[in-house]
Design a protein around this ligand. Structure first.
Ligand code: KIV
Length: 281
């Protein structure tokens, strides 16, 4: 008998069932080492198109392509076994028609192994969500601040500030849930709007800059780990990776310059049977 235990991956149905229950824990992941660290602690790993800004140094998510999402999605799938992996549909890959959305979503799922897609769901997206869900593609929506619309907004700022904008966002959330999304990201809105959306729709809401009233939370991992000098108001920094990395690199550079690295422990010797230890061993 094998002693191997198989870990069951979280499903979209598991997440949908969490409405009003234990909060859903989500973080973004774009690569294998980070995915393996996050996987045991998260319900959802989102391969977000924020990868364009966080990893590739783009000014917005507009330039992200399907090929980029596939490459990062594969890495995250390889290194995770427990969390539901959701992959973002990049700008331009789903807005034209339900058929375009279905074609690109199936490519993302087939080529990465991820179980669901996410798209930024203004009202225009409801038809595409319904079309995809009916044909077997689980969809997560995304309302409020929609980063792919940056060139329309002009700046990344909280939304729902006027009565018209508020009603529009509420309508988008309702249309997204009604179309069959298993969960809906609510980004950059005031607490009372997040509460109203959460109370009105049947799908769990996953907040980012939308207060603790949502059914779950998501952050960009590199933001909460303190990899950047600047982070938005809604981000809490749980670590200071940027300064830890800087300290380490400053020390390394100084040791290389003084020839104090490598030391004896890191040097191969012809007369010694012992090998230098692998890092982390
Ligand atoms: O792309 C992304 O990382 C996202 C989340 C932050 C919600 O859409």
């Amino acid at each position: 008998m094998s002693s191997q235990t198989t870990v069951k991956r979280t499903t979209t149905a598991d997440i949908a069932a969490r409405k009003g229950g234990e909060p859903v824990v989500c973080l973004t992941a774009y690569d294998a080492p980070m995915a393996s660290i996050l996987d045991p602690h998260c319900d959802i790993l989102l391969v977000g198109d924020s990868v364009g800004m966080v990893v590739h140094g783009l000014p917005s998510t507009v330039g992200v392509t399907i090929d980029m999402m596939i490459m990062h999605g594969r890495a995250v799938m390889r290194a995770s076994e427990r969390a539901l992996v959701v992959i973002d549909m990049p700008f331009g890959s789903y807005e034209a028609s339900p058929a375009q959305a279905f074609e690109n979503a199936t490519r993302l799922l087939k080529e990465t192994g991820a179980q669901a897609v996410k798209l930024e769901s203004g009202r225009y997206a409801a038809d595409a969500i319904k079309f995809m869900v009916e044909r077997g593609v689980p969809v997560m929506g995304h309302v409020g601040l929609r980063p792919q619309a940056i060139n329309v907004y002009g700046a990344f700022r909280a939304r729902g500030r006027t009565t018209t904008e508020r009603a529009e966002i509420l309508g988008e959330a309702e249309a997204t849930a009604k179309a069959g999304a298993f969960a809906v990201v609510v980004e950059g809105v005031a607490e009372d709007l997040a509460r109203e959306i959460t109370e009105r729709i049947s799908a769990p809401t996953i907040g980012i800059g939308a207060s603790s009233v949502c059914d779950g939370q998501i952050l960009v991992t590199q933001d909460m780990l303190g990899l950047f000098d600047w982070t938005p108001k809604f981000v809490k920094r749980y670590a200071s990776l940027r300064s830890s990395i800087t300290d380490a690199v400053v020390q390394y550079a100084s040791e290389v310059r003084r020839r104090s690295f490598p030391e004896a422990a890191q040097v191969y010797r012809l007369d010694s049977p012992t090998r230098p230890k692998k890092s982390g061993a």
